[in-house]
Design a protein around this ligand. Structure first.
Ligand code: ACO
Length: 370
C-alpha cells in the first residue's frame, strides 16, 4: 500500500453537484462565469440542492422559506452573549452552529425531507449567527433578520442595522455565488466523511466549519488581508514579497491543489476589487494586490486563488477581516448541505487505509523496565 500525499488526484466518490474539468468550474453543468454574470445566490442554492435552476415559483418558494427561517432560537443568541468577546468568529460560528442542533426538534430525524428542511435552516441562519456575534462582541444588540431580504442583503443589514447599498448587495451576492461550492474541497470532504457514518447533518457541518477555518483553506482570505495591512503601501510590496519568496514562505491567496493554470473565480474577484476599491478610495489595496500578483506569478508561476482578491473586495465593503472566513462559510453552507444530502442518498462509510511507517514486532515492556 502506498499513500498519496494529501490524496492529490484521488477520485474519492461520484458527485453530480459541481465539477472542475480542464480548469472550468461548473455547478450542475453550468459554468461559474454564467452564474456570476446572471444568477442570484438563491438560484445557485436551488441549483446545488436540486441539480437544476428553479422556475419562478420554485425560486419564490425557496426565498420565502429562507426568509422565514433566518431567525435563530433565542437560546442560541443568548448563548452567543456568553462567548468570550475575543474569540475568533469562526470558533464562535462552529460553536453556535453546533448549538443550533440542540434546539432543532428534527436534529436526529434522518429522513430526506427533514434533512432538506435542516439545510434550509442552516443556509438561512448562518448569516444571522455571524452577524449576531459580530455585533455582540462590540457590545451591540443583534439586529433581527428581515424575512423579505435576500441572503446577501440580510447579512449586510444585520451587521449594521442599516440598509446596504445596491452596489454592496450585488457585489456580495456575486461573492456568495463564487464561493458556494467546489467539489471535494477539504471542508466538503470532511463533511462527507463525517455524515458517511450516518451521524446527523449538524455534526457534518461542524466538521466542515472547523476544516474551513485553516489558513490553507478558507482562512487564507483573512491572512491576505493581514498581509496587505502589514505591507501597508505599494512601495513596500517588492521587499516584503522578495523576503517571503527568498525564505520559501507561502504567500497566502496563491496556488491551488486543482487549478495549476489559474482559479476561474479569481478574475471575477479581481474585477470587483478594482471597481470597489476605487469607489471607496482604497485603490491602493487593488494596486498592491496587482503588484503582489505580478511578482508571485512572475517568479513562481503561482496564480491567485479565490481568496486573494476577495480580501480587498470585502475590505472595500467595510467588513472586518476576521469575518472573511465566516462569510465564506455563509456561502459554502449551500455546497456543504448539498454534498451531505448527496452522501446520505448513496452512502458508504468512508474509511481509507494508512501506509504504516512506524516500528514493528515490538513487545510490551513493564513500566519499571523502560
Ligand atoms: N506561496 C509560495 N509557494 C507556494 C504557494 C504559495 N501560496 N503555494 C504553493 N507553493 C509552492 C510550495 O512551497 C511547493 O514548493 P516546493 O515544491 O518547492 O516545495 C509547491 O508550490 C507545491 O505546493 P504544495 O503546498 O505542495 O501544493 P498543494 O497542492 O499541497 O497546496 C495550497 C495547495 C494549500 C492551496 C497551497 O498552494 C497554499 O498553501 N497556498 C496558500 C494558502 C491559500 O491561499 N489557500 C487557499 C486555497 S483556495 C481555498 O481553499 C478556498
Amino acid at each position: 500500500m502506498t499513500a498519496t500525499r494529501g490524496l492529490e488526484g484521488v477520485v474519492a466518490a461520484q458527485s453530480s453537484i459541481c465539477s472542475i474539468v480542464d480548469g472550468v468550474l461548473s455547478y450542475g453543468g453550468i459554468n461559474i462565469d454564467e452564474l456570476a454574470e446572471n444568477a442570484t445566490f438563491e438560484e445557485v442554492v436551488y441549483l446545488l440542492w436540486h441539480g437544476a435552476l428553479p422556475k419562478r415559483d420554485q425560486l419564490e418558494a425557496l426565498k420565502k422559506q429562507l426568509g422565514e427561517n433566518a431567525a435563530v432560537p433565542k437560546e442560541v443568541i443568548d448563548s452567543i452573549r456568553t462567548y468570550p468577546k475575543g474569540v475568533h468568529p469562526m470558533a464562535a460560528l462552529r460553536t453556535a452552529v453546533s448549538s443550533l442542533a440542540l434546539y432543532d426538534q428534527e436534529a436526529q430525524d434522518m429522513s430526506p425531507e427533514a434533512n432538506y428542511r435542516k439545510s434550509i435552516r442552516l443556509v438561512a441562519q448562518t448569516p444571522t449567527l455571524v452577524a449576531a456575534f459580530a455585533r455582540i462582541r462590540k457590545g451591540l444588540e443583534p439586529v433581527a433578520p428581515n424575512p423579505s431580504y435576500s441572503i446577501a442583503k440580510n447579512f449586510l443589514y444585520m451587521l449594521t442595522g442599516e440598509e446596504p447599498s445596491e452596489t454592496a448587495v450585488k457585489a456580495f451576492d456575486v461573492a456568495l455565488i463564487l464561493h458556494a461550492d467546489h467539489e471535494f474541497n477539504a471542508s466538503t470532504f470532511s463533511a462527507r466523511v463525517t455524515v458517511a457514518t450516518l451521524t446527523d447533518i449538524y455534526s457534518g457541518i461542524v466538521s466542515a466549519i472547523g476544516t474551513l477555518k485553516g489558513p490553507l483553506h478558507g482562512g487564507a482570505n483573512e491572512a491576505v488581508a493581514a498581509m496587505l495591512a502589514e505591507i501597508g503601501t505599494i512601495d513596500n510590496v517588492e521587499s516584503y514579497i522578495r523576503k517571503k519568496l527568498d525564505n520559501k514562505e507561502k504567500i497566502m491567496g496563491f496556488g491551488h491543489r486543482v487549478y495549476k493554470d489559474g482559479d476561474p473565480r479569481a478574475k471575477w474577484l479581481k474585477q470587483m476589487s478594482k471597481e470597489l476599491t476605487a469607489q471607496v478610495g482604497r485603490s491602493d489595496l487593488y494596486e498592491m494586490s496587482v503588484k503582489i500578483e505580478e511578482m508571485v506569478t512572475g517568479e513562481k508561476g503561482l496564480k491567485p486563488n479565490v481568496d486573494f482578491y476577495s480580501a480587498s473586495v470585502y475590505t472595500s465593503l467595510g467588513l472586518e477581516s476576521d469575518l472573511f472566513t465566516p462569510i465564506f462559510a455563509i456561502s459554502r453552507m449551500s455546497g456543504w448541505t448539498a454534498h451531505i444530502m448527496e452522501q446520505y442518498e448513496n452512502n458508504r462509510l468512508i474509511r481509507p487505509r494508512a501506509d504504516y511507517t512506524g516500528p514493528v514486532n515490538r513487545h510490551y515492556v513493564p513500566i519499571d523496565q523502560r
